[in-house]
Design a protein around this ligand. Sequence first.
Ligand code: HEC
Ligand code: HEC
Length: 491
Amino acid sequence: MKYPVLFGFPSFTAAMLLLSLSVAVPPATADPGRDVVLIGERPAIANHVQQAEIEAGDVTLRELLSAGERLFNAQFNILDGQGRPASTGTGAPRAPGQPRFIRTSGPDANACAGCHNQPRSGGAGEIVANVFVLAQTLDPVTESVSGAFSNERNTLGMFGAGAIEMLAREMSSELIAIREAARREARRTGHDQTRDLVAKGVSFGRITVLPDGRVDPRAIEGVDWDLIVKPFHQKGAVVSLREFTNNAMNHHHGMQSEERFGIGVDADNDGLAGELTVGDITAVTLHQAALPAPRPRLGGNPTRRRAIRAGARLFSEIGCGGCHRPVLVLESRRFVEPNPFNPPGNLHPDEVSASVEFDLVARSASTLVRPVGKEKVAVFAMTDLKRHNLNDEQLDHFDNEQLPQGMLTGFADPAEFTVPPRPRPTGDFLTRKLWDAGNSAPYGHRGDLTTLTEAVWFHGGAARNSRERFFSMSGRDQARVIEFLKSRVVR
Ligand code: HEC
Ligand code: HEC
């Protein structure tokens, strides 16, 4: 056991005080064979995970998952490196004198589980846990929650997230294969090639590739022009749990990971380098990916059970399932870390000698992640992982945001396209997964709707037709659909 690394702290008195408080004493029942016990102020995470040991096979999956769980629940403090006095939530340098915590721009919490906790760690969050997305990029920080400075979003749960990430990876591979086949054909024939973009039965519009290899993206729908399906963030802006974790650790807690900010670099000038190792990020990513999936709660009451069954049928009949696809099928039941679509600043498969894998079916422990034959898996998450615009002239509740979140080019070079890059539209959001709808209230991307029915009420635009069908049903049939959604819960 080692003392926490306290030297190198900026010379503020708290650090000096803490140094004097952390004391090593032999255990009361002095036994010469036992470790000394460190008492007093300690970092939340005393032992970090080494990626080299993971790749060498010296760490079991079980050990990795429990290290990941500790990291997810840890209440980071200044001995861990909490805070980012000299950098923004994106890592850019910022003016001195920044607050240690600020609810709007972050750091805004001590622990991932501080927000993700409904009904337990890893879940969704109350409106009090909303995040002011993009405010973390500002220098100076903003105290304003006005939509002019940030997009207010409600906390999502990550139960079943491993299956979601794998669905997105397989869909990206399918879409990219369509583009590359068109590109080869365009080169060979010297003519433009247009193809339908379909992955797992979900249509993402059409793509045209020119003989010079450039892409005309104007008919691509609901996915970035790089055709990489980004299943995380309600905007569909983040490709993997790992990318999200590297972002969130810095944004929310001021904890810099080495893979993002460099090994031995004190990027935020808080006196500590190496706040999170590559192995730490692998562990906390795997913890999220391996959380069990939501489950149906049918209950013993026959009236309720009948309502849930009828509701599931009605849900598809009136077209809700057109976007909230009841099921998408994975070709493989393995979750594999890291993700080959990770952008720079996040561990990539080329950088590791061995990946970590686990069986999604076993870990999900839910009938909503169900094996089909030997290798395939049916995932009942109720999403198509595509962005849609639910706004029109009369209904524009979901068009409340002002700031675009990133560019439609995704990770691609703008020169690959025939038209100039454009921001992601502010009114488009990923079809919300509904497999935890029964206990992820409040609803809507801002979390400003208290019932499922209100959320359905504001389905205009692309969902207008199924919305009209929902509200033209009898009250009893509406209640059946709601009862079906309420039965999908995290337990
Ligand atoms: C202050 C509250 C808060 C904290 C702390 C927080 N999150 Fe989140 N998290 C959110 C919100 C809000 C969203 C939804 C963001 C959006 O849709 O724009 C989210 C979304 C996510 C998602 C995407 C889920 C999905 O299905 O799209 C992941 C993954 C995630 N957070 C991981 C983490 C990790 C890891 C930590 C700790 C390092 C963390 N979060 C800390 C509020 C928080
Ligand atoms: C055109 C695609 C589309 C159709 C059709 C559709 N939805 Fe949605 N649904 C979405 C999107 C996108 C969201 C996310 C809205 C937001 O928060 O910005 C959503 C959100 C929801 C939510 C909110 C869930 C939460 O946790 O916040 C519920 C409930 C819901 N849909 C139910 C339904 C029902 C019931 C139907 C059929 C009457 C339906 N949807 C039809 C795309 C669709």
